[in-house]
Design a protein around this ligand. Structure first.
Ligand SMILES: [Zn+2]
Ligand SMILES: [Zn+2]
Length: 213
C-alpha cells in the first residue's frame, strides 16, 4: 500500500479505521477511547468536500466539515454553497465553522464547534466563547492528532497504526482538496484543482449570461 494523496488511499485510510475497531465521533463531546474524530478543514473547494463526503457515506464514515464564511475561494452564501451545506447534512456529516481569527460568530448553519484557519501559536489552543475549539484540550492531545497539511504527514500516515488499533483515540485532520485532485506534488495538485475550477467558472459565466463568443 502506498501512502499517496488520492481517493484510493483515502478509502484505504477509512478501511483502516474500521479494521482497528474505531467508531466515528463528533467534537461535541469530549473524546473517548475508541473514537476517531474525523475533521475536514475546507479551505479551497466545496466540490472536493462533497466528493469526500459521498465517499465517506459509502463506507459508513462520518466527519465534521469545517466551512468558511470568509473564503476567497468559495461562497457559502451562493446557491452552490447552500446546496453543499444541505448535502453534507443529508449525508449524515456534521458542520462546524472554519473561522479566521479573531472573528467567530455562529449562526444556525454551524454546530457549536470551531477550527481556526491557519492559526498562530498564541491562540490556537485557547478556548473560544460559545464554541468547542477543536484544538483545545482534551480534543487536541499530543500523540492523538494527525494532520495532512500540504500533503505532508508530520508524524507519518496513520493508516497502519489505525488498522492495528494503536491510538487510544485520534483526531484526524484531512484537507479534501489535496486528496480529490491528483498530482505528484502539492503544486501539481493545486494546478489540477485550478483546471477544474476554470471549467466550473466557464459554466458559471454562461449561466450568468456572459457572451463568451
Ligand atoms: Zn497510508
Ligand atoms: Zn484552513
Amino acid at each position: 500500500m502506498s501512502c499517496t494523496f488520492d481517493l484510493e488511499h483515502y478509502g484505504e485510510l477509512l478501511d483502516s479505521i474500521s479494521a482497528g475497531g474505531y467508531r466515528y465521533a463528533t467534537f461535541e463531546a469530549e473524546p473517548e477511547a475508541g473514537a476517531v474524530l474525523l475533521r475536514h478543514d475546507v479551505d479551497l473547494s466545496l466540490d472536493a468536500a462533497l466528493r469526500l463526503a459521498r465517499l465517506e457515506r459509502e463506507r459508513d464514515a462520518t466527519a465534521t466539515y469545517f466551512l468558511m464564511t470568509e473564503s476567497v475561494f468559495y461562497n457559502l452564501d451562493s446557491e452552490h454553497g447552500r446546496a453543499t451545506l444541505e448535502e453534507l447534512r443529508d449525508l449524515g456529516h456534521s458542520v462546524g465553522l472554519h473561522a479566521v481569527y479573531p472573528r467567530a460568530s455562529r449562526d444556525d448553519r454551524f454546530d457549536a464547534v470551531v477550527a481556526w484557519h491557519n492559526p498562530d501559536r498564541e491562540y490556537v489552543h485557547e478556548p473560544v466563547s460559545g464554541f468547542v475549539n477543536v484544538m483545545q484540550p482534551p480534543w487536541f492531545t499530543k500523540g492523538r492528532y494527525r494532520s495532512d497539511s500540504n500533503q505532508h504527514w508530520r508524524e507519518g500516515c496513520p493508516h497502519e497504526e489505525l488498522a492495528s488499533g494503536d491510538f487510544e483515540w485520534l483526531q484526524l485532520l484531512v484537507h479534501p482538496e489535496i486528496w480529490v485532485y491528483e498530482g505528484a506534488s502539492m503544486g501539481d495538485t493545486m494546478r489540477a484543482m485550478l483546471d477544474a475550477k476554470q471549467a466550473e467558472w466557464l459554466e458559471q459565466l454562461v449561466d450568468d449570461r456572459i457572451d463568451l463568443t
